[in-house]
Ligand binder design. Sequence first.
Ligand code: FE
Length: 350
Amino acid sequence: MNRPKSALTLLWLGLSAVAGFAQPVFAKDTVLNLYSARHYQTDEALYSNFTKQTGIRINRIEAGDEALLERLRNEGKNSPADVVLLVDAARLWKAQIEGLFQPLDSALLKNRIPEHLRARDDGKGSEWFAISTRARAIVYNKEKIDPSLVRNYEDLARPELKGKVCTRSGMHPYMLSLIGAMSEHLGQAAAEHWAKGVVANFARSPRGGDTDQIKAVASGECAVALTNTYYLARLMRSKKPQDQQIVAKVGVVMPNQSSWGTHVNVSGGGIAHAAPHREAAVTFLEYLASDQAQIYLADGNNEWPVVASAKINNPALESLGQFKADRLPISAIGRSQMEAAKIIDRVRWR
Ligand code: FE
């Protein structure tokens, strides 16, 4: 029977068309088992909003990326996971080649997410896509160095920077992805030569996370370091005086603007290989690509949306300005991590 649609339904249909998210009807007791390596409190609103809109309850299991991958492997075909969200292209790629995702086949996602931010294994059909992006920036101590010396990642190997460079361990996925991208652009031999030059410039042996690198630059222990932009934006938005003091001391460079662009990494996800609730999983992933969810996802952790129409209002990210981002496909970044790991070993970037 064709009943006339209520004003509310029409309004909803209109809004979903605008947001690019069509909402199928689910029974109230439908659940979605989400394995997530995202651990940002700001994601709470994102999930509760999904349940409000669809009636699908989310059972969330949060753990580190490696722990989640291990759990999926152990559970095998009996895994209750429907959707897996991970952080970093290298780890997502690992999940892809191990067949831990399945095909998505969503026209909506193909439409809304740029091609270089989607990946698919031709053999296993294992598919995933990015849900937010972060850039790997150079931070420098404003009193210690002229920023014209560090316009590009390649500059970190310049002899003038001897004893001035800090990084975290080269084995960390954020570094593996960057070094992998360098290898894609420069070729393996030149990337290794570069990595050797960076190691020769270390102010100290690699340690700590990205925030520790920013702090070491502010304290003057090193003149330059690398960090993901969201760690920097988090300090910029902090009200704590000690964080403000750190921010005042450091300058930021979005590298390689006159060549291939600043290296960009992602958080992303896909449908788990044995998903018991496949339909709910597709609905959830399509929801993540809606403008509203994109804004929650990106702004909550000071990242950029992957959907062009989602506009965030984040003064810290705005202060970094418009920049040219590297458009290397995320699958190529993931794939190149094996090569990157060998380079790290050979040049002892540990
Ligand atoms: Fe991080």
